[in-house]
Design a protein around this ligand. Structure first.
Ligand code: ATP
Ligand code: MG
Ligand code: MG
Ligand code: MG
Length: 397
């Protein structure tokens, strides 16, 4: 990503996200918004600068150890840069008086920067000290209702990864310092993954080794299958929390008997920047970056000929093509790049386009000036090069 001009390092685990990356993250954000709002999620935005008081109340001020980035304000008050927001959201809900059981489930989420003083930030955006996370928190009337919400979030996550065209496995997971009773991770199988997974060859059982004695090879679910180990990148994590935070912060609602009742909670993270980097990690080739189609920063790159070549007029055709594509297809508006570095050869620019992984590259050369114009089209997904008429090109797109 660094070589391709997508990110630039600043200090350990912190990066500049360059324009193409921001475009891609905006696309990912929109898809996450659709999926979270599709199950009733409401988006909010909570402060990153959090008072120590909240974290002391949950006892995580000490539990989090060195991973929590702490600072003091000018009055000597203790603060942290939030690594997650269970405390903040629960106290917020606790302060919204008179929440009725009729208003639940309440699903609140945000997509914001999180801060964690990772001992070993590495692999670029895969493990940063400052990164984007989508974190959602659910409030329900009962354990049963909370389990249903938990299921609906897991289904939304599965849908999200399948829309992105990424193979993702849902595994049983440890609850770590977030706490709670039930937990799953969403893992992208990859050799550089830091998590070790055990998958049964015979049934649907799958777990992070952290949840079991790892030397185990027999499947605890079907009893007959053998567990096979593989590596994964954790891109999402769901937790059923019960009353762990709602009890401490007194996040209660009024139940059907008109009595206060403490809410059942869940929390659900997605590593936004990690998903982007992990997708690039599992999809890219030796030649260059490859994206899930929906996340490519631009969909089409149009290459006019080199200046001073015999077919200079083709440059006009190329410009007109960029314009017409945006006018014709609403999905391509603002999605077509004209690589007008016409001092550079087509070959060199084609190589750059290949490295950046545009889903479609259109070369406008000699053929575009003929009586029945032909365009050279390179389709990234299939690796195919096609020579298409104008109609053929529009059909393809
Ligand atoms: P890991 O085991 O990789 O350290 P985690 O279990 O500590 O991750 P969670 O607290 O479950 O992370 O956070 C939810 C999601 O946020 C993770 O599933 C992951 O996708 C993302 N995430 C966590 N830490 C980082 C990080 N340092 N950089 C980028 N994304 C991260
Ligand atoms: Mg961690
Ligand atoms: Mg983990
Ligand atoms: Mg986790």
């Amino acid at each position: 990503m660094q070589k391709a001009g997508l990110i630039h390092p600043s200090n350990p685990g912190c990066y500049y996200y360059l324009p193409a990356t921001v475009r891609s993250m905006e696309k990912l954000t929109r898809i996450i918004d659709q999926e979270m709002q599709g199950i009733g999620g409401q988006k909010l935005d909570m402060p990153s600068l959090c008072s120590a008081e909240l974290w002391k109340t949950s006892e995580r001020w000490d539990l989090m150890g060195k991973e929590l980035l702490r600072l003091k304000d000018r009055h000597g008050g203790d603060y942290c840069l939030a690594p997650t927001h269970e405390e903040a959201v629960t106290t917020l809900v606790a302060h919204q008086m008179n929440v009725s059981y009729k208003q639940l489930p309440l699903l609140l989420y945000q997509i914001t920067r999180k801060f964690r003083d990772e001992p070993k930030p590495k692999f670029g955006l895969l493990r940063g000290r400052e990164f984007y996370m989508k974190d959602m928190y659910s409030f329900d009337v009962s354990e049963e209702a909370a389990y249903q919400t938990y299921e609906s979030v897991c289904e939304a996550y599965t849908r999200l990864f399948s829309r992105l065209g990424l193979r993702c496995v849902q595994v049983q997971a440890d609850t770590g310092n977030i706490g709670g009773k039930l937990s799953h991770e969403f893992q992208l199988p990859a050799d550089i993954g830091e998590d070790r997974l055990l998958l049964c060859g015979n049934c649907s059982f799958s777990a992070n080794v952290e949840t079991m004695s790892s030397d185990r090879t027999d499947c605890p679910q079907c009893k007959t299958g053998t567990l096979v180990e593989s590596k994964g990148i954790e891109v999402g994590h769901t937790f059923y929390l019960g009353k762990k935070y709602s009890h401490v912060f007194n996040a209660a609602f009024t139940n059907a008997q008109n009595k206060p009742s403490v809410a059942e909670m869940g929390c659900y993270g997605l590593g936004v920047t990690r998903i982007l980097a992990a997708a690039i990690e599992v999809m890219s080739t030796e030649e260059g970056i490859r994206w899930p189609g929906l996340l490519a920063p631009y969909q089409v790159c149009v290459l006019p000929p080199k200046k001073g070549s015999k077919v200079d007029e083709a440059a006009v055709v190329a410009e007109e093509l960029v314009h017409t594509l945006g006018e014709t297809f609403s999905g391509l508006r603002g999605e077509v790049v004209l690589d007008d570095r016409t001092q550079t050869t087509i070959g060199k620019r084609l190589k750059d386009a290949n490295r950046l992984g545009y889903p479609y590259v259109i070369v406008v050369g000699q053929g575009a000036l003929e009586e029945t114009p032909r365009f050279e089209v390179i389709c990234q997904q299939t690796g195919e090069t096609m020579f298409l008429s104008r109609d053929g090109l529009f059909d393809l797109l």
